[in-house]
Design a protein around this ligand. Structure first.
Ligand SMILES: O=C(O)CCC(=O)C(=O)O
Length: 271
């Protein structure tokens, strides 16, 4: 029996490839995370979202705490079943009146997972409204091909560095997923999604956490690591991520760099 998602949310998931809004944090907790993110961003050369990639949580106990929140684990368990891991996370932040956007894309084309079954919880640290450039999806696209052709269309404002884009998306099928601070959406990695620039007076800050059932394997490189969040990993598909004792734990920073290098190398090999 589902623990967090009710039947109408499970039906939304089955029919659209996403579920939203799902309450996760109080507004006070979201404000605290926003403050921590902004302090990190200000003190990081080049900004936090470009320094901490693919496993952004790794050197930060406060982000491990978010990932291990029982309500988040229960919601993901409603979709993935009894055995699953968190294999990655990313910040997606747009400042107030930021022209940055994200082109239409499908995560499964790039994650290198077999089978390509992963889900992402996008947790809003600030209000992610339509005006602020919330995420939108092509409803039902998760029922189509698991690997879609993406063209690389460089644009300095595209937050996807290579400008990966699914062309000819029927915008009439696009559905926005607005969230209040503290809420989350969850999308399947086959669901085509994008977002517009932030036209609001406040920053739109999201923390996207990537999960997969433990039977899913990383096939683009060896030695993939993750946090086992529930159940077991009987095939040993995921080595354990090192856990930080404090912010900027050196072992975790080193592991983050190894993970990002592996991921980048695999992405280059796809071209
Ligand atoms: O933050 C956004 O607008 C897009 C996020 C995204 O592409 C993802 O979480 O996979």
């Amino acid at each position: 029996m589902a623990r967090v998602l009710d039947e109408s949310q499970l039906e939304q998931w089955r029919s659209t490839g996403a579920v939203w809004p799902v309450d996760l944090l109080t507004s006070g907790e979201a404000a605290g995370l926003r403050a921590r993110y902004e302090a990190l961003d200000e003190s990081t050369e080049g900004g936090a979202q470009s320094r901490y990639r693919i496993k952004a949580h790794l050197p930060f106990p406060w982000l491990w705490d978010v990932i291990r929140r029982p309500r988040l684990i229960d919601a993901i368990g409603d979709l993935l079943g009894p055995d699953f891991v968190c294999w990655g996370s990313s910040f997606f932040a747009k400042k107030a009146h930021d022209p940055s956007f994200i082109s239409w894309h499908q995560d499964s084309t790039y994650y290198g997972l077999d089978p390509p079954e992963s889900v992402t919880a996008w947790i809003a640290f600030t209000d992610a409204t339509s005006e602020a450039g919330c995420m939108k999806i092509v409803a039902g696209s998760h029922l189509g091909p698991e690997i879609l052709v993406h063209d690389e269309i460089p644009d300095p404002d595209n937050m996807l560095v290579r400008g990966q884009t699914v062309r000819d998306v029927d915008e009439s099928l696009a559905v926005e997923m607005p969230l209040a601070a503290g809420q989350m959406s969850i999308h399947h990695n086959k669901t085509i999604h994008s977002s517009e620039p932030n036209r609001a007076d406040w920053p739109r800050i999201g923390f996207a956490v990537h999960f997969a059932a433990s039977y899913v394997r990383q096939v683009q490189f060896d030695g993939a690591t993750a946090i086992l969040l529930r159940g077991d990993d009987p095939e040993g598909n995921w080595l354990p991520d090192p856990e930080p004792e404090a912010d900027f734990d050196p072992d975790c920073l080193a592991a983050l760099d190894v993970a990002w290098t592996r991921y980048q190398t695999a992405m280059r090999a796809q071209r």
